[in-house]
Design a protein around this ligand. Structure first.
Ligand SMILES: [Zn+2]
Length: 124
């Protein structure tokens, strides 16, 4: 995790079964990382620890939450995303550039196709 400011949290989401609606998406922490030109880093499928709040500063190495299987997932995994600078209220919008990685285990590192089409391994 990078040093920065917590800009958004979601901690009340549950796992969404295959094909079912997924109204609450996943649990996550969005951090505006210092020294990275305003880019945001999203830690998805992570349930924030109770004491973490929006607006707090966090340091690299600090515990921010626990990996879970919230949202549409096949297995618990850490899903990292990079979002372009801008208003923290619209970080998720489609016209904001983003890039995603998912770590299911040391032998299963997935780069999503919107980031690097030739690197896509698949799964989520
Ligand atoms: Zn994911």
């Amino acid at each position: 995790m990078q040093t920065g400011k917590v800009r958004y949290l979601r901690r009340d989401s549950v796992h969404c079964p295959e094909g079912a609606p997924c109204p609450n998406n996943d649990n996550m922490v969005l951090i505006e990382a210092y020294g990275s030109a305003g880019y945001y880093t999203g830690y998805h499928h992570v349930k924030p620890i109770p004491e973490l709040q929006e607006g707090m500063e966090v340091e690299a190495g600090q515990m921010i939450g626990h990996i879970d299987s919230s949202g549409r997932t096949s297995t618990p995994h850490l899903h990292l995303a990079r979002y372009t600078p801008g208003d923290s209220a619209t970080w998720w919008q489609q016209d904001r550039g983003d890039c995603h990685w998912a770590i299911h285990g040391v032998d299963n590192f997935v780069i999503m196709p919107d980031c690097c089409p030739e690197c896509y391994i698949g799964g989520h």
